[in-house]
Design a protein around this ligand. Sequence first.
Ligand code: SAM
Length: 448
Amino acid sequence: MTFEQEIQELLAGGEAEALLQALGGEPTVSVRLNRTRPLMTALTGDAPAERVPWCDCGYYLDRRPAFTLDPSWHAGAYYVQDASSMFIAHVIRSVAPHTPLCYLDLCAAPGGKTTAAIDALPAGSLTVANEVMPARALALCDNVTKWGNPRTVVTNAQPREFARRLPAAFDIVAVDAPCSGEGMMRKDTQAVEQWSPALVRQCATLQRDILTHAWQALKPGGLLIYSTCTFNREENECQLEFIAGELSGEPVAVDTEPAWNIAGGIDTQLPCYRFMPHRTRGEGLFMAVMRKPQGTAGARLKPAKPAKQRDTAALSWLAEPDGVQLATINDIQCALPRDTAPTMLGVMGAVRTLQAGTPLLDTSLPKRQPHAALAYSTLLRHDAFARVAVDRDTALQYLRGEALTLPDAPRGDVLITHGGMPLGFARNLGSRANNLYPKPWRIRTTHT
Ligand code: SAM
């Protein structure tokens, strides 16, 4: 069977042709703003951009700018994300209880839905962002870091490790599953080349395995949010039927506006939300929510040891030093918000953790220097470092890793800012300032 035949079988009437035609068009461009940063106008100029109907921070752009050359993108002012994927924020706000929650994003890299979830969860919630692929987990770490929320943990573990070591620990588990990617075909030519019925079957088997483990990590009464970016029923409705039938999951409906034009499930009674590119402005997406019944036993987390609080000098960089507890991961001293610290330590003790809370400093370095991640954290005290505001050209020079001259700035560690947003640290020696922006984050192009 070809992909076109699959779509013809899936959709009735003229819908299949309309979808296939839409998949031949141009992908949409959209961004989601970071609520903790000053309002971003550089991308949209003076004209108000069109808002994504289901996401109050989401905006469509009428062209794809060179994001790499926009300092505010590097500062975490916004995330470039497909509009359909932003639906996760609406789902969380619609179905999640309004108390601080423990949220696990099991397939999180590169972090689009994670950062949307961080903003949508009730205040005080903890987000655990997990990715199995080591290289992708590092990219996830960078994106979570730039988003700046300290109530986050980034892990690199298999779903079965969560099931075994953190059973019934999470109020919400999101599974944005690896899939055959039919909904991304106009964005990603690889998805077209790789498609085959065998790939669909292979993905469905993997998804079932991930879902079974995700279910075990969920608290009784907790919510599972399942999503894919593909159209076929095997990877979508059939997986929900599996959760309802084999795992006794209870369907949860999400309120939506008819004007959003979201399609329902195909050949199922279960509530499903399908974003179809011929009906909605965005790529293909499937999402649905299931509740785990009450009755199974909850988890007891065994916390990892907190750091010995010998070197507490870095706490002076924080707005509320009493509100955090220190911990060390691979020589990096991190600040964990006190209210979520016990759970964060519990996760750290159970699965391989790359980052937790706000990294403050690298204790293996001979000289104390603020960790690059601190620049973006909402925990940073506004006047902890002298702030040096720079224009766009100097910002790009800094982001390329070049040395700066800052004749009017005080000596020592300073925070380079652009448009009111921190970009990172530099060490001002007087005659020149050493650039402390991490090498992997630097802009490699010389194009301006
Ligand atoms: N949620 C991400 C976002 O919005 O930016 C996209 C996630 S992508 C659709 C699926 C992710 O699942 C990939 O990062 C992939 O590496 C990961 N993955 C692949 N195999 C996996 C497995 N066996 N278990 C869990 N995750 C897996």
